[in-house]
Design a protein around this ligand. Structure first.
Ligand code: 5AD
Ligand code: SF4
Length: 475
């Protein structure tokens, strides 16, 4: 048994991460899944979604088949998120529910992986209370999942393998992508920013940028397979390359990717700290880089930003915001904002509203601060009553949605290019996809348009989406 240790997870050394390229599934394990089914439930961010694509591919290499009905699965994987308490609660609730399935079928294999598995307190709780979980592995050893599954099946023993180390880089893991037309591409793993409220630097380890040759080859492969859009993924993509000793940074990567024949390139998420002018020039220069930037603000108050260890003040954020607006006309900028950070006073909250009113974001993800055990902010005394935090969130959300609606108006009666994802969940005759500016666009159309970029004339504007009519096909 290998359990996580928060103190170890916090350490950072100058050691270069190992790159491991020899992923293979042992031949004894290849047929373990014959006539068996798997179900993977993913919580949290795109990074987790992308990890789930790797987990699913490994299961399929072992001949397991996907099912959308959890009750008929032989292996159930919960890929968990630990960013806020409510994510924790959802996963623990699900583990509780799964006990009933396990009681009915003792051969059912229950797996917990992802960020929660990296937390010392979670693993302790599992050992004490949630003994019916069969396998627990963390974010640093996804590659070992097939072996852990084999060991569980052959040795009939609970497998807990979570490493706290800084992490390695695995190249060549199989990926079962959700869509053929759009794909996530990891450019870096981990985070060294240590924002005071955030658990990610502990659960995902040290910043490790992938070497450009692996990234570019992955993208070339996607192009050869007809992919229309990629999203470069990292906790802080602007810092790409700072941990590599080859003088090759995010702007260089964007310029190299820009030269490839990929119709749409997106990236997320950004940190104002590392957003330099070279990156802005690269976005301006490369027409396949989409005009949308997610630029987390977190707070508008200098006092709170400093306590959060964000590395910028209100004035610097606003200056960067308007530099981007000026450099890339019509750009869409979205953000993340936390209310109720322990030291946030009413005046601090008003500073956040001031920035929101100035920037008028296209959209924002807003959160109530959630205490994460082991982070520096968890040691701060939190005197703000929950009702007050909720009031602040509601007030903030009112502004955010009014600016979202207002920002969508600029597309009224305009033609926008939409990459079509599929039929809308709500109406099976309506197609849905995203415009270049990352606006969800719905319109009536036929199935054969799925996976293609089409031109849609916007006829109706809502707060969180646009509605239009197909004007012409566009490839
Ligand atoms: N409490 C609330 N929100 C958080 N985020 C990260 N950690 C916390 C926390 N402890 C938010 C930040 C980040 C987004 C992904 O989640 O806004 O940008
Ligand atoms: Fe968390 Fe800050 Fe790193 Fe983002 S940049 S993952 S908020 S520590």
């Amino acid at each position: 048994m290998q359990k996580p240790d928060l103190k170890e997870a916090q350490k950072r050394s100058k050691k270069k991460p190992k790159i491991i390229t020899d992923f293979i599934i042992d031949e004894n394990l290849i047929n373990l899944g014959l006539s068996k089914k798997y179900f993977v439930k993913t919580y949290g961010c795109q990074m987790n979604e992308h990890d789930s694509e790797k987990i699913k591919a490994m299961l399929e290499k072992m001949n397991y088949q996907a099912t959308s009905n959890m009750e008929e699965a032989d292996v159930i994987v919960l890929n968990s998120c630990s960013i806020r308490e409510n994510a924790h609660n959802k996963v623990f609730g699900m583990i509780g529910q799964l006990k009933k399935l396990k009681d009915k079928n003792e051969d059912l294999i229950l797996v917990l992986c992802g960020c929660m598995a990296q937390e010392e307190i979670v693993v302790a709780k599992i050992l004490e209370k949630y003994y019916w979980l069969d396998i627990v592995f963390g974010t640093h050893n996804i590659n070992n999942f097939p072996n852990l599954l084999g060991q569980k099946i052959f040795a009939k023993k609970q497998q807990i393998e979570v490493f706290s180390k800084e992490g390695e880089i695995y190249e060549g893991l199989p990926i079962k992508r959700k869509f053929p037309h759009k794909a996530w591409v990891n450019i870096m793993l981990g985070c060294d920013k240590f924002c005071a409220y955030c658990i990610v630097p502990y659960t995902r380890g040290k910043q490790r940028s992938r070497k450009r040759k692996y990234i570019l080859n992955e993208i070339k492969d996607l192009i050869a397979n007809g992919c229309q859009e990629i999203t470069l993924l990292g906790q802080n993509v602007n810092a790409y390359g700072k941990d590599l000793a080859d003088n090759y940074y995010f702007a260089d990567l964007l310029n190299d990717i820009g030269k490839l024949n990929m119709p749409r390139v997106r990236f997320m998420t950004n940190h104002p700290w590392d957003f330099n002018d070279e990156i802005i020039f690269a976005i301006q220069k490369n027409k396949n880089i989409m005009p949308h930037i997610h630029l987390p603000l977190q707070s508008g108050s200098d006092q709170v930003l400093q306590k959060m260890n964000r590395g910028y003040c209100q004035e610097e954020y606003i200056a960067l915001y308007f530099k981007l607006k000026k450099a890339i006309p019509n750009i869409c900028i979205s953000t993340d904002i936390i209310v109720g950070f322990p030291t946030e006073s009413e005046e601090d909250f008003q500073e956040t509203l001031k920035v929101v009113n100035k920037c008028q974001f296209d959209y924002a993800f807003t959160f109530i601060y959630s205490k994460r055990v082991g982070t520096p902010a968890a040691k701060l005394e939190d005197k703000i009553p929950l009702a007050e935090k909720e009031k602040r969130l509601q007030k903030l959300n009112k502004y955010i949605s009014s600016y979202a609606l207002e920002s969508n108006q600029r597309f009224k009666s305009k033609e926008v290019k939409v990459l079509v994802d599929g039929f809308s969940e709500k109406n099976k005759q309506v197609l849905t996809g995203y415009s270049e500016h990352m606006k969800r666009v719905n319109f009536y159309g036929a199935e054969e348009l799925i996976g293609r970029i089409v031109l849609v004339k916007i006829t109706d504007v809502k707060t969180w989406s646009l509605f239009g009519v197909l004007s012409d096909e566009w490839c």
